[in-house]
Design a protein around this ligand. Structure first.
Ligand SMILES: Cc1ncc(COP(=O)(O)O)c(C=O)c1O
Length: 418
């Protein structure tokens, strides 16, 4: 048998399956398992009837463009729609600054390929979105984490880390942040801090990558100024902004966008050409029609209510089942709750026990780069039903208590040794 390993590129050698994807294997085993692992939208919220009608009309055959190759930048009417969305979000954008991408995940990959050489530094929040870490890792960038506070990334630590890296001779190119309802912590970067981050990036001559798929999914108490993008104050092309229709319409379309200074957008376009020529033409048309017919606008208030109810259920269930044993920052929007467990628990090591109890999650360490936070986990409340959330939290609590009993037993046995 041919040894294929010897043919792999250096970057392919380093590629590994993400912890979240690995969880898919557990689910596929056919057991009764409630999953808090992947950040999938709830399929019952998809506007199926609207999509059916739109697709039926588009596939009528009257317009050949629906199934044809098209411009790499994107379907022009959809680009115009995105210009409108960007204006609503207080980021006036010109067409030459935009590119439709095959999900924001492709946007992250293009950014990595266009901007990073091996060894270049990307600063990231700790913990941070695994998909971005993978994209940066694939081009052999040096990824360095910066801790977060209750209102997002710690600015003093950011500056000190940057200073140290420069002193050591590294080139710090990008700062990657998810300011709104971060994946995995659910945190929101404070209003004031957004402004200061931008000033910091200008002073340090670093580009900010602002990844913003969750901003529309805010719950009570959060207002427009709280989710105002960093890019809204960016006068000199310092910020590369990404957003997506995955969480608001449906991720299966794979339609998202990047907004960046025109020369960068042009390079992203070239890199995209070699990846896939263009984002699916039919997908872009369906998304465009959904925007034009008001489907997206009708969806947003429904989604906010839907996910808020699930967030409430998860918080209530956790308080009832685990009380003071666990803590978390309240997610004010988005899909995720970041749980801190008693120090004796290693969330990764506990996975087999959780599976035995019929529940899974993503252990916190998947979201770290150069530090570990063993007693943490990400719970996603978006896809399970309200009833499953209640039941899943009971199962999780049983697993945690059993794990604690074991570790207390081990400690007691050690203490009683002569
Ligand atoms: C922070 C963040 N960025 C990007 C993505 C990828 O989204 P898309 O479906 O648009 O590729 C996700 C998906 O979970 C995400 O959480």
């Amino acid at each position: 048998m041919t040894n294929h390993d010897q043919f792999l590129s250096r970057s392919a050698e380093q590629m590994k399956e993400s912890a979240i994807r690995r969880m898919g294997t557990v689910l596929a085993s056919g057991r009764d398992i409630i999953s808090f692992a992947p950040g999938y939208p709830a399929p019952e919220t998809f506007p199926w009837a609207d999509f059916r009608e739109i697709a039926r009309e588009l596939l009528g055959g009257a317009d050949g463009g629906v199934l044809q190759y098209g411009p790499t930048r994107g379907y022009r009417p959809l680009l115009d729609t995105i210009v409108g969305i960007m204006r609503q979000r207080e980021m006036p954008t010109r067409l030459e600054e935009l590119l439709v991408t095959t999900g924001s995940q492709q946007g992250l990959d293009l950014i990595a390929r266009v901007l990073l050489d091996p060894g270049d530094v990307v600063l990231v929040e700790l913990p941070s979105y695994t998909g971005a870490l993978t994209a940066f890792r694939n081009v052999q960038a040096r990824i360095v984490g910066v801790p977060q506070e209750a209102d997002g990334i710690d600015l003093a630590a950011l500056d000190a880390t940057d200073e140290r890296l420069r002193r050591e001779g590294h080139r710090v190119k990008l700062l990657y942040v998810v300011p709104n309802f971060q994946n995995p912590t659910g945190l929101l970067i404070g209003r004031d801090k957004r402004q200061r981050l931008l000033e910091w990036a200008q002073r340090r001559d670093v580009l900010i990558v602002e990844d913003d798929p969750y901003r529309e999914l805010y719950f009570e108490g959060t207002t427009e100024p709280d989710v105002r993008p960093i890019k809204a104050d960016d006068g000199d092309g310092r910020v590369i902004y990404l957003s997506s229709f995955s969480k608001t319409l449906a991720p299966g379309f794979r339609v998202a966008w990047i907004a960046a200074a025109a020369p960068l957008a042009a390079k992203f376009e070239l890199a995209k050409q070699s990846a896939d020529l263009l984002t699916g033409a039919l997908d872009q048309r369906v998304v465009y029609e959904a925007c034009r017919r008001g489907v997206l606008d009708r969806q947003l208030p429904r989604l906010r209510q839907h996910y808020r109810e699930k967030r409430d259920t998860m918080e209530r269930s956790l308080r009832q089942a685990l009380g003071e044993l666990v803590s978390w920052p309240e997610p004010k929007g988005g899909f995720f709750l970041w749980l801190t467990l008693p120090a004796a628990i290693d969330a990764d090591a506990m996975i087999p026990r959780a599976v035995e109890h019929g529940v899974i999650y993503v252990a916190g360490e998947a979201f770290f780069v150069d530090a570990h936070a063993a007693p943490t986990m990400r719970l996603s409340f978006s896809a399970p039903t309200v009833a499953q959330i209640g039941e899943g939290v009971s199962r999780l609590a049983a697993a945690i208590r059993a794990e604690l009993d074991d570790s207390a037993g081990i400690t007691a046995a050690r203490a009683s040794r002569p």
